[in-house]
Design a protein around this ligand. Sequence first.
Ligand SMILES: [Zn+2]
Ligand SMILES: [Zn+2]
Length: 379
Amino acid sequence: MCEELMCEEDELRRRLFRATAAMRHKPAQRARAAGPPGAHIGYQLAWAHTQRVYCCSACGAWLARPQDEFSTSEQALDVSLDDAEHTICIGACANLVESPRHDTSSSSAWVYRVHAVRCACCSAFLGVRVKEVQKIGGRRREGDESRSAPDRLNEAYHESRGVRLSPPSSLWLRSVAPPPPPLPPPPPPLPGDASLPPAGASLPDHSPAVPCVGRLARGRSGSGSRRAEPPPPTTTTIESGSRLSVEQTYLGTRYLRVLDAHAQRPLNPIVPLVCRGCGSTLSHTDQFLCTKRRWGFGNSVPERACYMNSLVPGSFEVRTEYEEHLAQGLMDMADVYCKCGKQVGYKFCRDKTLTGRNQNQVGRYGLVVSCFKPQLEQE
Ligand SMILES: [Zn+2]
Ligand SMILES: [Zn+2]
C-alpha cells in the first residue's frame, strides 16, 4: 500500500515539475495565463512570473521560482541524491544555507567542489551547491576498453556522501570553456584539386567538448538538422588543472513542493496519513522517501516502517534520545509519539559516521506502518 502510494506521488511530482519547467519555456502561453485583463503589461508579466514557486516540502519555506531554474542544456552536470533520484538545477534561490564544509568529488578526469545545502528555516538537507569543477587530466583513461560497462558507469557517476555527480555536460563545457586555438589557415587550393571544399564552405566544428557519459547523457537539440555533426571529440582544449566556475544548486525534487504562489497551496493534492490511535494527521503521502525500512519499538521484533521527509509540526512529540548502530552507520535516534500518546516512529537526530554519510537523514523521521493509515477520500 505505502509503496504504491509513493510511486503515485513520484509520478504526480514528475509530471508537475515537468509541466512547471515547460511553462518557463513558453512565454506566449504564460502571457495568456496572466493576471487581470487590462492591467499594466509589467504587472501582467510579474503575475505570470510568480504563479508557481518551489518550496521546502517539510516547512513550506519559499526557495526558488521556476524562472530561476536552469534548463537541461544549461546545467553543468547531472546530480542525483540518495533520497531523490531527480533534482532541479537553480541559480538564484532564497532560504538556503550552505554547509561550511565542502566535499571534493571526483570522476575519472574531473574534481568538483560541492557544499551541502539545507533549508534555512527547518535545517532539512535539500541538495548541493556545486561551486566549481577542475580538470585533473585523463590519467585513468588508459585501458578504458578493458573495463566493464558497470565499472565505467560507477567511475563516471562518482558518489560522495549520498550525492552522485556526472561528468560535466559537453554542451555546458562548450559554453564556458575558453575558445580553442585558431586553426591553421588551409593551404591554397591547387588547380584541379577536387578533394578540397569550395571557397566559403564551413570548416568542421572543433569546439572543445567532453562526451557526457552515463545513463543521463543528454541528447543534442536540433538533432533533425541536416548539418554535418562534428566527429566525437577525442581531445579537449581544457588544460589539466583548469578550474571552471559552476555555481549551480541542485535540489532533490522529493524534498520540494510546487506551490500556487497566490493561493499558497500545493498544486498537487495532498493525502493525509493519520494515526491509527486517534485519527490525527501525522504526515502526507508526498512525504514518503522510502517504504522499505524496518523498525522495532524497544525489544519488539522489527516491523515494516517508512522513511519520511517530514511529519506535521505539532502532531507529535520526540522523546528519549539514544545512540543506535543502524545498517547505514552510527546515529543518534529518538522515539516519536503521536500527541495521543501512541508510539508511532522514530527520528534521525544526528549523524555520527566519520564521513557524514547520512547527512541527508538528519532531522527526518520514520513511521511504523502499523501505526498509521492513509485517509483516502471515500473514508
Ligand atoms: Zn524547510
Ligand atoms: Zn494519535
